[in-house]
Design a protein. Structure first.
Length: 332
């Protein structure tokens, strides 16, 4: 099944409204397909929920990119629908990640740590069951309601009332804005996790925008710059997983110690081992991102990326760069 990462049949000269319909249509189709699997066959493969969450993020990014092709009412309705789906899928996926980590992390599930690991597995499975029921409840009339939502969104797409006529007209201001936002965010104090998290959010938006605009640029855009951004996202994703896991473990640690002091003695070794692992991995991944950022700058990756955008602008008949596109909002 397609992930909808790359969009076929697009070109730099594709009229903007046509590009919007094409991208939104494919991205919403992916959400529909994985939502069906996540609702009806989730026990077969936890990857379905993961792909559903990624699909909603890609669709939300496309919605923001083409916001100028939608009436505000249609944009807000679509954004609300995708946000609701993303949050429901995200809750289930976070528990899948936490459960998977209990089996794969290099913390030994033997001897003194076994009671705590067994408790955490049961605790996680129970929360995952609840998250699945919430995902089901969020989609009571699937697939009919989702099909109507898709049809209404695509029907609302119109030619933008701006000087931008083609996909390439939109690519440069969107990507330039995201590159500058990434640079500013990476220059903050990354020992503060909230700053690191902001880098991750902007990096995701940049990655998803690159997927939309890939055919507006030379092959190195997709073959060189996209994999570099993808590597950055993998590093920051591991950091985020450890941040989320550490927060959950700390909260549960305090509750168990207060509520079940006798049993807590048996559970504590596993909690201590896991908390230590995540407390060490997060700064390690942060340092890896800082190293990546240094390589990116030293290699001229940012400059080469920007040069591609400038070359694309110079190739247009009207060399005056268009203004940044208006947007009704920004998806998180």
């Amino acid at each position: 099944m397609s992930s909808g990462k790359w969009i076929s049949d697009l070109a730099a000269t594709t009229p903007l409204a046509d590009a919007a319909r094409r991208v939104l249509g494919i991205r919403l189709e992916v959400v529909r397909d994985y939502l069906r699997l996540a609702l009806r066959e989730t026990d077969r493969d936890p990857e379905y929920v993961h792909q559903l969450r990624v699909g909603t993020r890609r669709a939300g990014a496309a919605l923001d990119i083409f916001a100028l092709c939608l009436p505000e009412k249609a944009y807000n309705a679509a954004r609300k629908q995708l946000r609701r789906l993303r949050r429901a899928a995200g809750a289930a996926r976070d528990w899948d990640v936490f459960l998977g980590a209990l089996d794969t992390l290099p913390c030994k599930r033997t001897g003194r740590t076994r009671p705590g690991f067994d408790f955490l597995i049961g605790h996680t499975v129970a929360h995952r069951v609840v998250a699945q029921s919430q995902l089901d409840e969020a989609n009571p009339n699937f697939p009919f309601a989702f099909e109507r939502f898709t049809a209404d969104t695509l029907h609302a797409v119109h030619r933008p009332d701006t000087s931008m006529g083609t996909l390439s007209d939109l690519a440069r201001p969107v990507l330039n804005t995201l590159l500058r936002e990434l640079e500013l965010a990476a220059g903050q104090d990354l020992h503060d996790y909230e700053h690191l998290h902001q880098v991750r959010i902007i990096g995701k938006r940049l990655r998803y925008a690159m997927e939309v605009f890939a055919d507006c640029f030379a092959p190195e855009f997709r073959e060189t710059h996209y994999p570099a951004v993808e590597e950055m996202q993998e590093i920051l994703g591991r950091a985020n997983d450890s941040h989320v896991a550490h927060q959950r473990l700390e909260a549960l640690h305090d509750r168990l110690r207060a509520m079940l002091p006798e049993r807590w003695k048996r559970y504590r070794p596993a909690f201590d081992a896991l908390l230590e692992f995540h407390a060490e991995r997060l700064p390690r991944e942060r340092d890896q991102f800082i190293e990546w950022w240094g390589r990116w700058q030293r290699s001229g990756g940012d400059a080469a990326f920007s040069a591609l955008l400038l070359d694309a602008a110079d190739a247009r008949t009207d060399a005056v760069p268009p203004p940044a596109p208006p947007a009704h909002g920004t998806a998180s």
